[in-house]
Design a protein around this ligand. Sequence first.
Ligand SMILES: NC(=O)c1ccc[n+]([C@@H]2O[C@H](COP(=O)([O-])OP(=O)(O)OC[C@H]3O[C@@H](n4cnc5c(N)ncnc54)[C@H](O)[C@@H]3O)[C@@H](O)[C@H]2O)c1
Ligand SMILES: [Fe+2]
Length: 424
Amino acid sequence: MSLTPGVMVAGANDPSADWSRDEYQCELVGPQQTSTEAIRQSARLAKFHVPEVVFGPGSLTELGHCALRLGGRRPFLVTDPGLMEAGWVDEAVGHLRRVGLRPVVWHDVTPNPKDHEVEAGFQRYAASGCDVIVGVGGGSVIDAAKGVAILASNGGCVLDYEGVDRVGLPIPPTVMVPSTSGTGADVSQFAVITDTTEHIKITIVSRTLVPEISVIDPRLLTTMPDWLNAATGLDALTHAIEAFVSRAHNPLTDNHALHAVGLITENLVRTQVQPKDFGARLAMAQASLEAGMAFTNAILGATHAMSHQVGGLLDAPHGVVNGVLLPHVIRFNAEAWPERFVALGAAAGLRTTGVPPHEVAEQLADVVRALADDVGVPKGLASLGVADSDVVVLARTTLKDACMATNPRDVDLRDVETLFREAL
Ligand SMILES: NC(=O)c1ccc[n+]([C@@H]2O[C@H](COP(=O)([O-])OP(=O)(O)OC[C@H]3O[C@@H](n4cnc5c(N)ncnc54)[C@H](O)[C@@H]3O)[C@@H](O)[C@H]2O)c1
Ligand SMILES: [Fe+2]
């Protein structure tokens, strides 16, 4: 199965695999592709697409040069009020001006960015004669910036581009500066936008959305409130785990996913209890990046497909919803493929030698839940406002989400309803 030209079928590069074996055909082949020959062909290909990354404390000072290198003369800087207040926008504007650029700042993005905000941002962009698009903020700002960029060269409404590979024309050059650790939106081929009519979040997947440059300065993480640090850390953990078990994983994505799991389980709590521990911030910035590099190439799974629906319905923080859902989805997926969770368990610090794979998976689910407890994430979706009466609609829209295609286990409506009810 190729979801995009750059995303190949699961396990395609396992050198020890005998691709003619029947179990690989049911385990690895997506619903659209059943021939062994197709698997053999994809076994020869593993593409890995990431932006140029400028990483490290103080890297924000490079922003002006990054915009210049992309041919920018008038950057369109997308951000939100929280980033303005934290002072990072002033600093970013200063670095752009220092190299002679005259940025236009648009700061009207809200969390879970809305379709009409993207439209308003595009109108402002079109009226301002800007060229390079710069996003300074969390996943919401970065996704809104990508939405503006899509409209700038493709026209129409941002919701028209829902799904895989629907963005036909290349977008203007983009530089992203993530302020959370993290969504990985600064390196990903995803944009997630709220459809305010249907109250769902739609996912746009296109290689054109991978930014040209990601400027990752861990200093920005130090102004995150605790709840956001917790939420985004669990989001990154979900990216790493879903990418590792994805049907579209490959060895290039696996290493980053496993490394991210180790960094997060070792450092997320430290960033909460010792917020000035810069080593832990640096580790979380790297974890977010590595989880992002893994999931943009391997895609995600049921946790994200479900979480997007809750986010659209309730405007709830994405990472918090993921943190609640992830242990349930781990248990569900492990029933079909427990072996895949052994390496994840080891990366999370669990003893795995001699332990049956399904027990490792169970313990991994417990580790995720314990981490969520430690950083203050609620136990269930009900405390976020989800009611039993919402489950049927949430489950129906979940099945249409682009992230569901790569979940390692086939999922039907009843499964999703059960998962939502377990997570209430
Ligand atoms: N495109 C992708 O690949 C991708 C992946 C995962 C999630 N997402 C999306 O990202 C969004 C969530 O993004 P997020 O969790 O990064 O948060 P966010 O961008 O929604 O920000 C939440 C709030 O925190 C504030 N904030 C952000 N960084 C701050 C900082 N350093 N200091 C002070 N305040 C700060 C913002 O102003 C905002 O009010 C969701 O819409 C989710 O669907 C996208
Ligand atoms: Fe996410």
